[in-house]
Design a protein around this ligand. Structure first.
Ligand SMILES: [Zn+2]
Length: 268
C-alpha cells in the first residue's frame, strides 16, 4: 500500500512497499526488453510499420518504470535518513538460507530471494533465532551454535499472508457454525445434523411451530411426534445458548417472534 508519510512508517511497511515496487519494476523491465527486441526484429525484417503499433506499449512500460523509481526514492531516502535498519532475505530453493544482504558473498547474481519484509528493523538476534539452521554463516557469523541447530521457523511474506487468510476463513466459518454444547455435532430427529446457526434458528422456529400445529390438530394422536419436535427445539436452544454464553430463557424470548411467524406462514 502506498505510504503517505515515510517518516512515520515502520521499517516493515516501507520495505513491503519497496518489495512491491521492485516486482512491478522488474515486470515492466521484462516487458520493455521483450517489446524492444520485437521492434528490432520487425525493423530488421523490413516491417517497420508494424513496429509503430508497439510504441504505445513501450511508452507505457517506460512510464511504469519511471513511476516505480520515483515512488521508491523517498522510501530509500528514509532508510538512509534513519541510518538504515536490519533486513533479511530468504533464498528461494529447498534448504535456502537467510541472508542479511542479497550481496552476500556465497550467493550468485541469479539467486532468487524472497524479501522477508516482516523482519525489517528487527533485532539480528531475533532474526537468527527464527532462522535457526537456515541462518547464513557468512551473514551471521556470531549466531550461537545451539541456535544454529534448531529448525528454521522462517516464512515468506506470501506464506504469512496465505496463513492469515486461512485463519480468517476458519474464523468466519466458526462464526457461522453450530455444535451441541459439548462440541459434538448437533443432531436432531426432525432436521438431521445441523451445521450452521442459520439452519439452527430456522429449524428451532419450525419445530415449535409444527409441534403447535400438531397439538391443535390432534394432540392425543400426535403425542410422540410433538414430543420429538419439542425435544429438537430444546436441543437447538441449548446449543445456541452455549455458543453465545446466553441463557435459554433469553434466547427463547428472542426467538419467540420467529416461531410465531413460522406458524402463521406455514401451518395456520
Ligand atoms: Zn549470507
Amino acid at each position: 500500500m502506498p505510504i503517505d508519510d515515510p517518516t512515520t512508517a515502520t521499517p516493515s511497511e516501507i520495505d513491503e512497499e519497496l518489495a512491491r515496487l521492485d516486482i512491478e519494476h522488474a515486470e515492466a523491465n521484462d516487458t520493455l526488453t521483450a517489446l524492444t527486441a520485437r521492434v528490432q526484429r520487425l525493423v530488421n525484417d523490413g516491417m517497420a510499420e508494424y513496429a509503430t503499433e508497439l510504441r504505445p506499449r513501450i511508452e507505457q512500460a517506460r512510464q511504469t518504470i519511471a513511476e516505480c523509481e520515483a515512488a521508491a526514492r523517498p522510501l530509500d531516502a528514509e532508510f538512509e535518513r534513519r541510518g538504515g535498519w536490519t533486513r533479511a532475505w530468504l533464498v528461494l530453493n529447498t534448504g535456502g538460507h537467510v541472508h542479511r544482504t542479497t550481496a552476500c558473498r556465497i550467493c550468485f547474481p541469479s539467486t532468487r530471494f524472497a524479501w522477508l519484509t516482516q523482519l525489517s528493523g528487527h533485532d539480528e538476534a531475533e532474526i537468527v533465532e527464527q532462522a535457526g539452521e537456515a541462518a547464513c554463516t557468512e551473514c551471521y557469523p556470531s549466531a550461537p551454535v545451539d541456535v544454529r541447530k534448531r529448525p528454521s521457523r522462517i516464512k515468506t511474506p506470501e506464506q504469512l499472508a496465505r496463513e492469515a487468510e486461512k485463519a480468517e476463513r476458519a474464523k468466519a466459518k466458526a462464526a457461522k457454525a453450530i455444535t451441541a454444547p459439548d462440541g459434538t455435532p448437533l443432531r436432531t430427529k426432525g432436521y438431521g445434523q445441523i451445521e450452521t446457526e442459520f439452519t439452527a434458528r430456522r429449524s428451532y422456529a419450525d419445530a415449535l411451530a409444527y409441534a403447535r400445529h400438531l397439538s391443535r390438530a390432534d394432540i392425543a394422536r400426535h403425542r410422540d411426534t410433538i414430543a420429538d419436535y419439542r425435544e429438537d427445539a430444546q436441543l437447538i436452544l441449548a446449543a445456541l445458548a452455549a455458543k453465545h454464553g446466553r441463557t435459554e430463557d433469553d434466547l427463547r424470548t428472542e426467538l419467540a417472534p420467529k416461531v410465531e411467524s413460522r406458524w402463521k406462514r406455514e401451518y395456520k
